[in-house]
Design a protein. Structure first.
Length: 418
């Protein structure tokens, strides 16, 4: 039995135990509930061991130096298949390697992409990207799992722990101790959601050799997938109810409770960053790995804030030279890492006249889990835009996601105006 199959079975067993424990708790059978949760905790150790082994196998795969001859043959084979209109499939591990590489490698892998709906007019060696065609950095920062073969995936997390109680030794001697109360748990569900990507390119691209043709098509498909996935990481799948893929701003557990925290805000002002920082985490901590994700308009609004002398900026914004999508904001002696994304609503222009508006978010990106459910299929269609002499690149995948840490992000929300 493969390690992945064994892990899948263990996860399914844990899911059944969690559902049973939840039912017992609702029935008020606390002793039976504790017994089932003890089984879950014991099983978690086995699951962690299997995850560690699979992660090490995946790491070796990701770090494996490519065999150039083998890669060339594979590119030629896949390029010929695409030219004939056939489907080409990529495993979840291959997709992970292409989508979630360290920034420098990822940048190299997508330099030939044009992104969704961009229409180049030739088939030169390089197809230049327009400005503003970037992809939000959060996709390189979230926690990613290969969930191939699973119909869904449940991540249990702690909502509250129990507290210890104390007392005088002589007074408590021979007496039953006061119960500390039960810890409370939540379960975040990660279910597959169909993601489709569509890109167009001039038909002259077919004049390239099969290997180069494949490289261009693959890069475009991955770039489109990255962009659409970023939107869903923030906003979910857009369904009015019963989301399959949850975003940071829509993250909900199986009991229907929000997994994110909210902070009511009304404007981009001098206290905004401080309020977000202190709204995150518990009474004993501040977020050590947190980032601010915001619309570019809000970053501009922060940069325009001035002190009492109207000359000195309140915040110093320093973009990352290697990736201008990210950078740091200096707020006195505090440094706040940031990433900009057009998928987030701008606080500075939000209209809350009819409903509350969630805007920027602040938190640790590894608190969000992105799951890849199986293969990613890419094919080229010549009929959709035949008159325009364009090829259509179609991609299909199953992805899912949710927050897996209670209050793992703070969402800055403009309350509905009265």
């Amino acid at each position: 039995m493969s390690m992945r199959r064994k892990l899948t079975e263990k996860l399914q067993e844990r899911t059944a135990l969690l559902e049973k424990a939840e039912g017992l708790l609702k029935e008020g059978k606390r002793e039976d509930y504790r017994a089932e949760m003890e089984k879950v905790r014991n099983m978690n150790a086995d699951i962690d061991d299997l995850k560690g082994l699979i992660a090490e196998q995946d790491r070796k795969f990701m770090e494996k130096a490519p065999d150039l001859a083998e890669e060339k043959d594979k590119a030629e084979e896949r390029g010929n298949a695409l030219m004939k209109g056939q489907e080409v499939k990529f495993t979840a591990l291959e997709v992970s390697k292409a989508l979630f590489l360290p920034r420098a490698a990822a940048e190299k892998s997508v330099t030939l992409a044009t992104g969704t709906l961009a229409q180049p007019t030739g088939a030169g060696t390089n197809i230049r990207d327009p400005l503003g065609n970037g992809v939000g950095a959060i996709i390189d920062q979230v926690y990613v799992q290969d969930l191939t073969g699973m119909s869904s995936y449940l991540e249990p997390y702690v909502i509250s722990e129990f507290d210890a109680t104390g007392g005088d030794v002589a007074t408590n001697a021979g007496k039953a101790r006061t119960a500390s109360g039960d810890p409370t748990f939540g379960v975040a569900k990660i279910a597959p959601y169909e993601l489709t990507t569509t890109s167009y390119v001039d038909k002259n691209i077919s004049r390239l050799t099969p290997g180069n043709y494949y490289a261009k098509v693959f890069a475009m498909a991955m770039r489109a997938m990255r962009r659409d996935t970023v939107k869903m990481i923030f906003n979910g799948d857009g369904q009015a109810s019963n989301n399959d893929m949850y975003g940071i701003k829509t993250a909900t557990n199986m009991a229907g409770s929000a997994i994110y925290a909210t902070l009511n805000v009304d404007a981009v002002d001098a206290d905004l960053l401080t309020d977000l920082m202190f709204a995150y985490g518990g009474d004993e901590e501040l977020g050590g790995n947190c980032r601010l994700y915001l619309n570019k308009k809000d970053l501009q609004a922060l940069g325009k804030l001035r002190g009492t002398n109207e000359k000195r900026r309140l915040f110093d914004i320093v973009p990352d030279a290697g990736n201008p999508n990210t950078g740091i904001i200096r707020d006195g002696g505090v440094i706040v890492p940031y990433s900009i994304s057009s998928s987030l609503t701008a606080l500075s222009t939000a209209d809350a006249s009819s409903a509350a508006v969630p805007t920027m978010v602040y938190g640790d990106p590894t608190n969000y889990e992105l799951g890849l459910f199986g293969e990613y299929t890419v094919r080229v269609d010549e009929s959709v835009k035949a008159v325009e002499r364009m090829l259509t690149i179609l991609g299909d995948a199953m992805v899912g996601g949710n927050l897996i840490v209670d209050k793992g992000f703070v969402v800055a929300t403009v309350p509905q105006s009265t």
